[in-house]
Design a protein around this ligand. Structure first.
Ligand code: BES
Ligand code: MN
Ligand code: MN
Length: 456
């Protein structure tokens, strides 16, 4: 181990330069103009994995390419499947960035760039861990497979289809994912739960075109008023979601689980500090961490109607719409929720407009049992890599494929987070701390070592 860590210390400058090159590729999956950049990002990974001596496949189909790679497979050794995503979120609002999102800069030991933390920097740490073994001539103590996708951020299908069709090829003893965060800068963490997702769009159609609001106001249903009524009807006064049956399958934490979770020091002050919101809010009867990690939600992600430009314009808008997503927890079923939501929105819709609900994508919630040997190996690896005691945390976000890994591959999904909760992922000035990058690489190296100790 010490020879590997010496190699990593000496290679820091180059490991940074290589990551910056990856971050310069604007691989935004949501925007079609970036399709060539998606291709470049996949090729960048293929080239590097090939140069490390892995057998590499760029898998092309209808969606964005998947990158699959594997080391030589020794049946006597455990196998680790590493998952990550090379696509990134759009950059808007771009004027709020202090430096251009695809011209990474390092200030005070922090890299600023879109994708730095989510997920290029975290994913790339795994490649550099493999590099350390290869370049020092140290035999890898485990077999390593990589499966890397390019449509995580837009809810694409390619990686599901591939996983469902290729469970034997992807067979492994654990899946390793770094696409989450430490608990805070002093506390490395394994994420053992993720929320799922049901993402929808509501479209409201009224008059054939915008109308003068003086001539026609008060005579036809206003789509703007209608979408507001629908959205207002999604919660009750206690902050609970009103979709019938919404909470039926929710697993409630028992008293011990609640106590465990609420031991972490996160309250009103911390939330206000991290979000800049004036105060907390949410479902009555649950702590902030419970609302973040183990309670389901329903939130507007976008809302539009009528004129929103400068000055006034007196119209009844022809159309209105909203993007509404629900974060789901074990054992809610996204498809069942989608049906209940659609029925509920139709019931809330006032007469005089046409309302359509479209379900854009779903993801299952995930709960990883904490007691497996691989999860314990993950804790030890974090402690070695970061030099500090590690803990288990929940996470409110979603990594859609992880549920499918659990059900198809039937192994623990070990989520070792190398980001920080305030890395501004999906926001302006996304960042990734160099210490976390370097400690992350060390952690992956250590995880291979810990995993190798476990009997096959
Ligand atoms: N890496 C995130 C998930 C995440 C979010 C982990 C926050 C830790 C903290 C992932 O890339 C992501 O953004 N997932 C999307 C999935 C959605 C598009 C289906 C999400 O959670 O919104
Ligand atoms: Mn991610
Ligand atoms: Mn993301």
């Amino acid at each position: 181990m010490s020879q590997l860590f010496t190699y990593l210390n000496d290679a820091r400058g180059r490991h940074l330069e290589d990551l910056l090159a990856f971050l310069r590729i604007p691989s935004i999956s949501a925007q079609e103009v970036h399709r060539p950049d998606i291709e470049r990002a996949a090729d960048f990974l293929c080239d590097e994995l090939r140069s490390l001596g892995l057998e590499v496949e760029k898998i092309t189909g209808e969606g964005n390419p998947l990158v699959y790679a594997q080391t030589a497979l020794d049946p006597a050794r455990p196998t680790i499947l590493i998952y990550g995503h090379y696509d990134v979120q759009p950059v808007d609002p771009e004027h709020l960035w202090n430096s251009p999102p695809f011209e990474p800069v390092v200030r005070d030991g922090v890299i600023y760039a879109r994708g730095a933390s989510d997920d290029k920097g975290q994913l790339y740490a795994h490649l550099k861990a493999v590099e350390a073994f290869v370049r020092t001539g140290t035999p890898l103590p485990v077999n390593v497979k990589f499966l890397i996708e390019g449509e995580e951020e837009k809810g694409g299908h390619s990686v599901y289809d591939y996983t469902e069709k290729n469970p034997e090829k992807l067979a492994c003893d654990a899946v390793l994912v770094s696409d989450t965060s430490l608990y805070d800068e002093n506390t490395p963490a394994i994420t053992f739960s993720l929320r799922g997702m049901c993402y929808t769009e509501i479209l409201v159609d009224g008059p054939a075109q915008d109308l003068h609001s003086g001539s026609f106001g008060g005579t036809v249903r206003n789509p703007g008023n209608a979408i507001a009524a629908i959205v207002a009807g999604l919660h009750d006064a206690r902050g609970r979601v009103t979709v019938p049956g919404f909470y039926d399958d929710v697993v409630e934490l028992d008293a011990a689980g609640r106590a465990d979770l609420n031991r972490l020091p996160y309250g009103e002050a911390e939330l206000v500090r991290d979000t800049g919101a004036p105060s907390s809010s949410g479902e009555a009867g649950y702590s902030i961490l419970e609302r973040m990690w183990v309670r389901p939600t329903c939130d507007v992600n976008g809302l539009w109607s009528g004129y929103t430009g400068e000055g006034g314009k007196t119209i009844i808008p022809a159309k209105a719409g909203a993007k509404v997503s629900m974060r789901l927890v074990p054992n809610q079923d996204p498809e069942k929720i989608a049906r209940a939501f659609t029925d509920h929105v139709n019931a809330l819709a006032p007469a005089g407009v046409k309302v359509e609900v479209r379900v854009l994508h779903n993801a299952n919630p995930v709960l990883v049992p904490r007691d497996s040997a691989m999860m314990q190996a993950g804790l030890k690896a974090l402690e070695t890599g970061f030099g500090k005691p590690a803990t288990f945390i929940g996470e409110g976000g979603s990594i859609p494929i992880t549920g499918t890994f659990q059900s198809c591959l039937k192994v623990p999904v070990v989520m070792l987070g190398y980001g920080l909760p305030n890395d501004n992922i999906h926001s302006p000035n996304e960042k990734f701390h160099l210490d976390n990058y370097y400690n992350g690489i060390r952690t992956t190296v250590a995880f291979f070592g810990e995993a190798a100790k476990l009997a096959k």
